[in-house]
Design a protein around this ligand. Structure first.
Ligand code: TXA
Ligand code: MG
Length: 336
């Protein structure tokens, strides 16, 4: 198979989400061990995986995504013991958070052991670790037998993929294998918490909420609250422009959206709302009213509207409640 950038036709391996067929995962697992790229589903978004112990494999991730070298990757492992094996120090809070939320959509940043190649962590002395809950991710990790570094499987700054089709569209020519396990269920990227300093710091909000973290470990700082020495050289996932669709996105109140559409100011606009719009001919994806349901469908809605060829996307402003924090964060970054 050719490994030239942009020239690969990926092998798409379709597996059953609930009970992934092990024999179908053997070839992509072997490819991971050999240092090739394999895209696979996690419960949050699809990841672009590579062997975290192989510097050349890690270089392929940065190249395929067009990702700047200062943006560290999350390493995926099958269980707590495998996570500890990659940490130079395992803080007490890490055990408590892992017991509460793993497997699941939480990434813990801890001091890094040397065998994790430095480029995984963009040269930082820490490493982000996660035990995913998705049965396909778990089966692949067990089959591969190596820790798998995986950013979201999209070109840098673009909307993360929640279906194999999104991966193929964004990275189709740049990845050898895509494992198709259907739509992901959480829909936004994991919560990222740093345990490298005195007090845990929330680096990226996710569907494991700040409140939920505080219930388990007490004090958790947001980035704004963290003292300079604890704000671990800001998480580049926090870059202003990120998670963005290819067309301008605005977050707007539903009434304003409806008023503009009625007055014909919504030509070529696609909307994402929580309740059907009272306007004829509006192009809109109506997502569930609850935060979990909305998060699960959000990226797919953005991908679909783009595919329809809209010129702009208007998303109904999310509620101010804590449960919507990760959604507000992503929409903020996607808006441009
Ligand atoms: O849900 C997810 O986290 C998905 C799936 C595939 O697991 N992955 C993902 O990866 O969203 P990515 O590369 O798109 O985002 C990784 C985030 C970035 O914000 C990065 O800065 C942060 O994790 N991160 C990773 N390692 C870190 C470290 N050592 N220190 C600080 N931040 C780190
Ligand atoms: Mg990403």
């Amino acid at each position: 198979m050719s490994t030239q950038k942009g020239s690969e036709t990926p092998q798409v391996v379709v597996v059953d989400r609930g009970q992934p067929e092990r024999e179908r995962l053997r070839a992509p697992a072997a490819a991971l061990r050999r240092g090739e790229l394999v895209a696979f589903p996690t419960e949050t978004v699809y990841g672009l995986g590579a062997n975290a112990l192989d510097a050349e494999a890690i270089a392929k991730i940065y190249e395929a995504k067009g990702r700047p070298a200062n943006n560290p990757l999350i390493v995926h492992v099958p269980d707590l013991a495998s996570a500890k094996a990659l940490a130079a120090r395992w803080p007490e809070e890490a055990t408590r958070l892992a017991e509460a939320f793993w497997p699941g959509p939480l990434t813990l940043v801890v001091p890094r052991k040397e065998e994790v190649v430095a480029t995984v962590s963009a040269g930082l002395d820490t490493v982000g670790l996660r035990v995913p809950a998705h049965p396909v991710a778990r089966a692949l990790l067990e089959e591969a037998g190596v820790p798998v570094a995986a950013p979201s499987a999209n070109l840098y700054t673009q909307t993360s993929p929640t279906r194999a089709a999104h991966v193929l569209k964004s990275l189709g020519g740049r990845v050898g294998w895509v494992i198709d396990g259907g739509a992901t269920e959480v829909g936004v990227e994991s919560t990222v918490v740093s345990l490298a300093g005195e007090v845990p710091v929330l680096l990226r909000p996710g569907m494991v909420s700040l409140e939920a973290l505080r219930e388990v470990v007490g004090e958790v700082h947001t980035l704004a609250e963290a003292p300079a020495e604890d704000a671990p050289r800001q998480s580049p996932g926090l870059a202003r422009r990120h998670y963005a669709p290819g067309v301008p996105l605005r977050v707007r109140e539903k009434e304003a959206i409806e008023a503009d559409l009625r007055q014909g100011r919504g030509q070529g606009v696609g909307c994402v709302v929580r309740e059907a719009l009272r306007c004829e001919g509006a192009v809109a994806v109506v997502l569930p009213r609850d935060a979990a349901g909305f998060a699960a469908g959000l990226y797919d809605a953005l991908h679909r509207l783009e595919r329809l060829g809209v010129d702009a996307i208007w998303v109904e402003a999310p509620p101010g409640e804590a449960a919507w924090e990760a959604i507000r964060d992503r929409l903020d970054r996607a808006a441009h």
